[in-house]
Design a protein around this ligand. Sequence first.
Ligand code: THU
Length: 128
Amino acid sequence: MSDLVQEATLARENAVAPFSKYKVGAALRTADGKVYRGCNVENCTYGLTVCAERVALLSALAAGERKFTAIAVVTQSDEPGTPCGPCRQLMWEYCGDIDITLANLGDRRIEYKLSTLFPHPFNFRPEE
Ligand code: THU
């Protein structure tokens, strides 16, 4: 198992998913090799649920990280789950065309570049 998938598998154990029972773990690697973990956190309104990918990304951004190379996402499904649309948009904005590994709890792995999953991004950048 790759290190990043292993980190995402460990992150998944902290998932707070009492409603869907669908636990997700993510591990985001920075350009200098640090790893930030995230898990999905659900909420009784359902709508305020935050995905594992966004928890990992926001945690890294809050720690001051700005350059990323890869993310692994682990789900319990037979076929590894793919990131939702809002996560794809945020990853594109803050990580660029990173490597994405989607994995299940067994040995199924799917590798993508983000641009394959999110081909026509919204790219607005405010003037600095
Ligand atoms: N979820 C993630 O954490 N990441 C995804 O890419 C898709 C969905 C979570 C949200 C919710 O807690 C559960 O999976 C079921 O949708």
